[in-house]
Design a protein around this ligand. Sequence first.
Ligand code: COA
Ligand code: AMP
Length: 626
Amino acid sequence: MADYADVHRRSLSDPEGFWGEQAALVSWFHKPTRVLDADSPPFFRWFSDGRLNTCYNALDRHVIAGRGDQTALIYDSPVTGTTESFTYATLLQDVAAFAGALRDLGVGQGDRVVIYMPMVPEAVVAMLACARLGAVHSVVFGGFAANELAVRIDDAQPRVVVSASCGIEPSRVVEYKPLLDRALELADHEPASCVVLQRPQAEATLVEGRDLDWATAMRAGRTNPAPCAEVAATDPLYILYTSGTTGRPKGILRDNGGHAVALAWSMRNIYDIEAGQVWWTASDVGWVVGHSYIVYGPLIAGATTVLYEGKPVGTPDAGAFWRVVADHRVEALFTAPTAIRAIKKEDPEGILVAAHDTTSLRHLFLAGERLDPGTYEWAGRILGVPVVDHWWQTETGWAVVANLRGLDPMPTRPGSPSVPVPGFDVQVLLPDGSVAGPNQEGSLALRLPLPPGTLQTLWHDDARYVSSYLAAFDGYYLSGDGGYVDDDGYVYVMGRTDDVINVAGHRLSTGAIEGVLAGHPAVAECAVIGAADALKGQVPRGLVVLKAGVDPTGVAAELVAAVRDQIGPVAAFKDVEIVAGLPKTRSGKILRRTMRQLADGEHPTVPSTIEDPSVLTALEPILRRE
Ligand code: COA
Ligand code: AMP
């Protein structure tokens, strides 16, 4: 096995040589001769004269290589009582048919397709069908409300929206189609067509002339399936919206070539997964973890990927994950620490682990939020396999800091996701832009150029890409996380330094929630903070000041309902308090960080710029819930 330090050093000293070699991990219609295009900094492009197709790499090439009968995808759905397997050959047939259907609806190269679907195989088929056509998909997580979907539809301007009649949560059937219809009423942009997968749990009413049933589209597509379009490595594969500090989401733009190479490299070197092995990411296709490691990464690697429509607990119990591992002989599981905390809460002794044969499992990978040492230790003890924390973001598309299991493995350490991944030059910067010393906390920043697979820019907004990520420190990408590096080079991630919060591994903007609260006629001003939560990592907590003379009765409940209605249940916004005032600096900036620290039981230093310290003093017992 290659030595980590050698590989990392080479990736930074000779990025063109390093990534030029890794390009051989994917199949090209035209092999790139140019590895890094640095002609227009701060915009960098990888493999700019290469031509390929991501769907070809995920499906066709495995079938051509004679592995068409191998299982590509296992759909395991405890909420519907279904398990279904797709070989590479059958998945390719479905994808080519749906690509044909999309083409017949007028979708061509570069056109956008919004996908708003639950965790069903058709969501994967739709994504790959877009890739096949060279169209650009934008998957919107099902837990978002109509308004959030509308914002994304207006930004991406899709020709087609693909959806389903419903998703199934343990407690209820969530009808997606009324949410889609409402989103299309709210949006200015009108897609030409919607394709709707009818599920028996709640059939949707279709709009004549606009909506098409999935089954009908597939029947037509099967008679005239679509071949792979040849696209430039730098052409976009997808837009994935993520929360920034304002209410307006950021459309992260991913290319085809760099993405395919980076994910292929990561499957082998970070996750130690090869073709034919069974891999399971328990997340959702609506998040970057789902894009990279439910769909593209494992399929490009020729592995078998498990698509799980269920929860860690309650479907039916806290042994669900171990049942899936045992049933499908899963070799590596990737999920968020929250999921493990939920299991630990219900089965603290790990009795349900012992009830299943989990001997196939070699690694548990965790990411999406901070991995607390208690969860790390518990999971390692009950599973008896290495627990591998790794740090990354929607923007980076794959891990920035990890313990690379396919290289000569190094020890894991509680509290640290380990070391910078080859290709990433991770630095801790102080406010004046100087590089911090060992163990000194600062902003986690990545020296440009970022490696293949990372964001190219924001969709249609180069200026916002530069101002959000590149303006703070010349020559660096600002991650938005703070942290430090210890004497041995292990990186410690201490959390966001901006107004982004992380609720059960879901990234949310406090600004977006504040926008909803501020829209209520009774609210004069408001603040939302992410308070520590034993299960979800963080939960949003709202503090509102009402307009003078307003009757407060019922306002808190209306605010909770408004956030659920306008952002979605995923915001898990249940906690709002009416207060007399909010602490601010003399320039009017609300002291959210100080409030969060008080809520978390810390003893923050109050900024000297505070306008009226008595406001904070009055709020302290409320924040501390004394
Ligand atoms: N469609 C519609 N609603 C959804 C949804 C979806 N795809 N996903 C979640 N929701 C709803 C839930 O039903 C819940 O609604 P409720 O308020 O009526 O109960 C709400 O959104 C919050 O959901 P969730 O954050 O999942 O909380 P939970 O209390 O239902 O479950 C966990 C807690 C820990 C079990 C759950 O968060 C989990 O499995 N987390 C794993 C994290 C993960 O996959 N992260 C992705 C990044 S790696
Ligand atoms: P997302 O873009 O939704 O993947 O969220 C990215 C954010 O989640 C990061 O900026 C971090 O704040 C947090 N995060 C992800 N992985 C980790 C990790 N392993 N440790 C600590 N924080 C993490």
